[in-house]
Design a protein around this ligand. Structure first.
Ligand SMILES: [Fe+2]
Ligand SMILES: [Fe+2]
Length: 181
């Protein structure tokens, strides 16, 4: 990131990074790192992808940073589960940072690729309920958060690399099918 980009990025997210509730995410383990570090990586990558795809940079930076903004781990309560935690994070982002509707939706749909996986393989996370209609990204910014989270997660979860690489392939194939016209 160039110095100018770094300044711009910092300006978009500094209030979140200094917030005492967001700082709580430093205590939560996520993909073998802290949720804070993971979220910051996703936000930075979202900003870079946002520049490339000419998206709303403020929105992708903030939604990237808040996409996993829930307290505790995904196993601790049903609201933080594998497919429901985006809804919890989206509600928390609204409650603590009054995010825009665009940012809120982008946070809520960041696990779309996992919803697709579940549709293809229903035995995965059998107890979870999630529909494609509810969790399909509705904006360019939403797709960027989804892709960015996936790419960062691949790097963080070395032992799940094959699974995540497979997810990426499925996501890309579906993108091509859905947007070929
Ligand atoms: Fe997540
Ligand atoms: Fe994430």
């Amino acid at each position: 990131m160039t110095k100018k980009s770094k300044c711009e990025f910092d300006e978009y997210v500094c209030d979140i990074l200094e917030n005492k509730y967001f700082l709580e995410t430093k205590k939560d383990l996520h993909h073998g790192t802290s949720k804070y570090e993971h979220s910051l990586r996703v936000a930075k990558l979202s900003y870079k992808l946002g520049k490339f795809f000419k998206a709303d940079l403020r929105s992708v930076s903030r939604a990237g940073l808040l996409h996993d903004f829930f307290f505790g781990t995904r196993k601790e309560n049903p609201e933080n589960s594998y497919l429901r935690h985006p809804v919890t994070a989206s509600n928390n982002a609204q409650k603590y940072f009054n995010v825009t509707e665009l940012e809120r939706e982008a946070i809520k749909t960041h696990m779309f690729h996992h919803v697709l996986i579940k549709k293809i393989f229903p035995f995965v996370n059998r107890k979870e309920k999630a529909t494609i209609k509810e969790f399909k990204p509705k904006s360019k910014e939403g797709w960027i958060i989804c892709l960015s989270d996936l790419i960062v997660s691949i790097g963080e979860c070395e032992r799940f690399q094959f699974t995540y690489a497979f997810n990426v392939a499925v996501l890309l194939v579906f993108n091509i099918i859905l947007f070929k016209n």
